[in-house]
Design a protein around this ligand. Structure first.
Ligand code: MG
Length: 298
């Protein structure tokens, strides 16, 4: 029998999230490496990516687990735009795409400054419709036959894309391996993970936070928190402003001031999470072969 995740409260401030009768449900299983969770309210279903098998899975309360898209071009991060359309980072195809209402796909970004993107990893869409995504080099240095020589960008950047004009701008250029990213509820802050410890113990394993200036530039970047003992990947910010970040051993919860107040500890490595569910109060955690769901008080 699979071990269940468990909750570890480190401060009374964390207990606000806990409901007395909540339990963890394993809604998806048999995945190689689950990532890219998103809840789709229009249709009331959950989507996630299995990067390693180039598959996207869907789950709904009525229909259970099913394949949503295969092959998925090793899709990774997902997010909805303000119109509810799915925005996907296709790491294997080195591009960011939008799924239209009729099911067709529109390529939103695949090149910058004349070179192909590295391998878009995760994405957050701002309320103005702009698409912010990270472009580390994971998929091009790890894929079969892939090599650093395939890299066509000078670094691993964070981008802001205006899907109306097609303008693609680098908003941060000094990350080692930028990964998950999320805006604060009022969009005055952007949190961005650096997960480069995957390629060296001494490399970054922290979250940085930036001030969002004029809704389009990032300034005053500083380290928000260093994750131990493992590595952060994806994150979300709760309506309270608390930061829920994957941390390898599960999900860790921090106040906006950076205090660790509690954990959702998973039986396997957790890479990402999202909020959603029919009532908007479910925490979904992608933890390697499984996705776990638990109702919380958001
Ligand atoms: Mg990621």
């Amino acid at each position: 029998m699979t071990d269940l995740p468990r909750v570890e409260s480190l401060d009374p401030a964390f207990d606000r999230y806990l409901l007395p009768d909540s339990k963890f449900d394993q809604i998806i299983s048999g995945v190689v490496f689950s990532e890219g969770p998103v809840w789709v309210p229009d249709g009331s279903y959950f989507l996630c990516s299995d990067v390693r098998t180039s598959t996207m899975y869907r789950w709904s309360e009525a229909g259970g687990q099913s394949v949503y898209r295969q092959p998925s071009n090793s899709a990774n991060g997902n997010f909805l735009d303000p119109e509810g359309r799915l925005i996907t980072c296709e790491g294997g195809a080195r591009r960011v795409v939008r799924t239209e209402d009729d099911g067709s796909m529109t390529v939103l970004a695949d090149t910058h400054a004349g070179g192909r993107l590295n391998s878009p990893n995760d994405v957050a869409v701002k309320s103005d419709g702009t698409i912010w995504f990270t472009d580390p080099d994971y998929a091009i240095i790890e894929s079969d036959g892939g090599a650093e020589t395939a890299k066509e960008q000078d670094g691993n950047f964070v981008y802001r894309l205006d899907p109306e004009s097609g303008d693609l701008e680098v908003v941060v250029d000094d990350f080692d391996k930028p990964n998950g990213l999320a805006f604060s509820p009022d969009e005055s802050l952007l949190y961005v993970v650096d997960s480069a410890r995957t390629h060296g113990e001494d490399r970054p394993h922290h979250l940085r936070v930036f001030d969002v200036v004029d809704g389009r530039r990032l300034e005053n970047g500083r380290v928000f928190t260093v994750i131990e003992p493992y590595i952060p990947d994806g994150l979300r910010v709760a309506p309270s402003g608390d930061v829920f970040t994957s941390a390898g051993d599960g999900v860790q919860v921090f106040t906006p001031g950076g205090q660790l107040i509690g954990k959702f500890i998973t039986p396997e490595v957790a890479a990402n999470l999202c909020f959603g569910g029919p009532d908007g109060d479910t925490l979904f955690i992608c933890a390697t072969s499984s996705v776990w769901a638990i109702r919380i008080r958001l």
